[in-house]
Design a binder for this molecule. Structure first.
Ligand SMILES: Cc1ncc(COP(=O)(O)O)c(C=O)c1O
Length: 472
C-alpha cells in the first residue's frame, strides 16, 4: 500500500489541481493490486492533503498543495531498504497486503465479505471486559509471568489439544500469526523450501517469504491435502516442513479425511520433516457439524507435529492469545526463538484468558457463535444459489467463517473484485491464496464479519450487480 501511495504521489504532477484521477478500477488493473490497497493508498494521499476523494465521484488532485511534511528527507531509506548485499538465494519480500485484506475496515457503507474475524455483535464483549477487569485485580497480575506462559493456561491448552500433549509441551504465544512466525523461523533456515497447501492462508505465505523461505505448493482437494503429491513434493524439494490446516482449511473449508491423517504424518516422518498444524478455527464449528476429528497433534507420539491454535477467531482480533505445542528437542528451539523475538505474552492478557475460558459465559458464547455461523452460512449459500448460480461452490463447510467460490473460466477475478467494491461489497480475490499460478479464478466470501442475514442478502445482491458489470 505504501508503495502504491508513493507511485501515485510521484505521478500527481501529471494532473492539474482539481483534475480527476484515474478510477479505482483503472488503478487496480494498472498496478495489479487489490481494491483495498487502492482505497488505502488514496486515503493516505487524502490524509496528506494531496488528493480529495468524493464518494461516488472519484478521487481528484487537491487544489492547494499541502504544506511540506514535517521532518527531514527520508528518501535515503528507499536505497537502504532495497540495496541488499547479501547472497541469499531466496530474496526476502515483506508484503502485508494479503493479511491486511481481512484486518482492514472497508470504506463506510461497504458490506464486509472480506473480514477474517467475528462481527462485534458475535464477539463475547461483556465476558471479555469482565475477564479483563477481574484479571487486572488478580494478585501478581502485573508482574512478570513465567516465560513459557502461566502454568494453568498451558494446562488448559494442553487439555483442549488432547492426546499425549502436556502442559510442559505448550508455549503461550501472542495470536496465531506470531505462533506461525515462531514455528517457521524455528524449523527452516533462510533459503529453505517449505511445503504449503494450495490454496492456503496468504498471511502464512507472507510469513514464509518475509523469513526468506520458499513456499512449495501441494494441492488440496475436498478431503484436504493430497498425500501422493505431498510425498512427491518432499522428494522433489527436500523440504523439512509442511504447513497444514487439517480442520476447515482456509480458504477451501476442507477437513483432512480420516484415512489421510495417518498418511500425512507417515509421509512427513519418512521425509524427516515437521508438520506445522494450524488449527485456527476449531472453535468456529457450525451447529450442524458432526463430531470433530482430534488435532493431528493428539495422535502424534513421535513429535512430528508442531501445533498452533489461537483464541482470536472465537473472540476478537485483539484477544491475541494462542499456543504452540510440540514434543521433543524442537520445543527448546521454539521456546528460544519465542523469547528472543517477543519475551512473553503480557500477563494481564494471560490471566484474562483464564478468567474468560473459566466463566460460565464461555460455553454459552461458543454455542451461540456455532448457531449464528450455521445460520449465516445457510443464508449466504441460499442467496448465492438464487442470485449467482453460475459461481461454483464446490464445498459447503461445517466450520469456519467463509465460502470459497470458483469463477467461470473467462471471468476476470481482479476486475470482478474491483466491480464488487464499486457496487458496495468488499470480497477477497483468490489470487493471494496461491503461491504459484492458480488453476482458476476464485473469490472468498466471509459471512462472519457482517451484521447478519439481511446484510448477507444485500451483499450477494451487490455482488450479482458487479458480475453483470464485468465482461466474461
Ligand atoms: C489459517 C489462519 N491461520 C492463522 C491466522 C492468524 O490469526 P490470529 O493471529 O488472529 O490468531 C489466520 C487469520 O486469518 C488464518 O486464517
Amino acid at each position: 500500500m505504501g508503495e502504491l501511495a508513493e507511485r501515485l504521489r510521484s505521478e500527481l504532477d501529471r494532473y492539474s489541481p482539481g483534475e480527476k484521477l484515474p478510477s479505482s478500477r483503472a488503478l487496480v488493473e494498472r498496478f495489479r493490486v487489490s481494491p483495498v490497497t487502492v482505497s488505502r493508498a488514496l486515503a493516505l494521499l487524502a490524509a496528506e492533503g494531496l488528493v480529495v476523494t468524493r464518494p461516488g465521484a472519484g478521487a481528484f488532485r487537491a487544489r492547494r498543495p499541502a504544506p511540506a511534511a514535517p521532518g527531514g528527507d527520508t528518501s535515503w531509506q528507499e536505497v537502504a531498504l532495497s540495496a541488499d548485499g547479501s547472497t541469499d538465494l531466496v530474496p526476502r519480500s515483506v508484503d502485508a497486503s494479503g493479511v491486511l485484506v481481512s484486518l482492514a475496515a472497508p470504506p463506510p457503507g461497504v458490506i464486509e465479505f472480506n473480514g477474517g474475524y467475528l462481527h462485534p455483535s458475535l464477539q463475547p464483549e461483556r465476558a471479555m471486559a469482565a475477564a479483563l477487569s477481574r484479571a487486572g485485580r488478580r494478585p501478581g497480575a502485573w508482574g512478570r509471568p513465567p516465560m513459557e506462559g502461566l502454568p494453568e493456561l498451558r494446562e488448559w491448552f494442553a487439555r483442549s489439544i488432547g492426546g499425549p500433549v502436556t502442559a510442559a509441551g505448550v508455549l503461550v504465544t501472542s495470536g496465531g500469526q506470531s505462533a506461525l512466525t515462531t514455528a517457521l523461523r524455528a524449523l527452516a533456515p533462510p533459503g529453505a523450501p517449505v511445503l504449503v497447501e494450495s490454496p492456503t492462508y496468504p498471511g502464512m505465505l507472507a510469513i514464509a517469504r518475509a523469513a526468506g523461505l520458499r513456499p512449495v505448493p501441494v494441492p488440496v482437494d475436498a478431503d484436504g491435502v493430497r498425500p501422493a503429491l505431498l510425498a512427491d513434493a518432499f522428494r522433489a524439494s527436500g523440504a523439512r516442513v509442511f504447513v497444514c490446516q487439517p480442520l476447515f482449511q482456509n480458504p477451501t473449508g476442507a477437513v483432512l479425511a480420516p484415512d489421510r491423517r495417518g498418511e500425512v504424518l507417515r509421509i512427513a516422518r519418512a521425509a524427516g520433516a515437521f508438520v506445522v498444524e494450524d488449527d485456527f478455527v476449531r472453535r468456529l464449528v457450525h451447529e450442524d457439524a458432526g463430531p470433530l476429528p482430534r488435532p493431528l497433534a493428539a495422535d502424534d507420539p513421535d513429535g512430528v507435529v508442531v501445533h498452533v491454535c489461537s483464541l482470536t477467531k472465537a473472540t476478537s482480533p485483539s484477544f491475541r492469545v494462542s499456543a504452540l505445542a510440540a514434543h521433543g528437542p524442537v520445543l527448546e528451539r521454539l521456546r528460544a526463538i519465542q523469547i528472543v523475538d517477543t519475551f512473553f505474552v503480557p500477563r494481564p492478557l494471560q490471566e484474562a484468558t483464564l478468567e474468560l475460558v473459566g466463566a460460565p459465559a464461555w460455553p454459552r458464547h461458543l454455542r451461540a457463535v456455532s448457531a449464528a455461523l450455521r445460520a449465516r452460512r445457510d443464508a449466504m449459500t441460499a442467496a448465492l444459489r438464487l442470485r449467482l448460480p453460475g459461481l461454483a461452490l464446490p464445498h459447503v463447510p461445517s466450520g469456519g467463517y467463509h465460502l470459497w467460490l470458483r469463477l467461470p473460466e473467462d471471468t476476470p477475478e481482479a476486475a470482478l473484485t474491483a466491480a464488487a467494491l464499486r457496487a458496495g461489497v468488499a470480497v477477497t480475490p483468490g489470487r493471494p491464496y496461491f503461491s504459484a499460478e492458480p488453476p482458476a479464478g476464485h473469490l472468498r466470501l466471509s459471512f462472519a464479519a457482517v451484521a447478519g442475514a439481511e446484510e448477507i442478502a444485500e451483499g450477494v445482491r451487490r455482488l450479482r450487480a458487479a458480475c453483470d458489470d464485468v465482461p466474461g
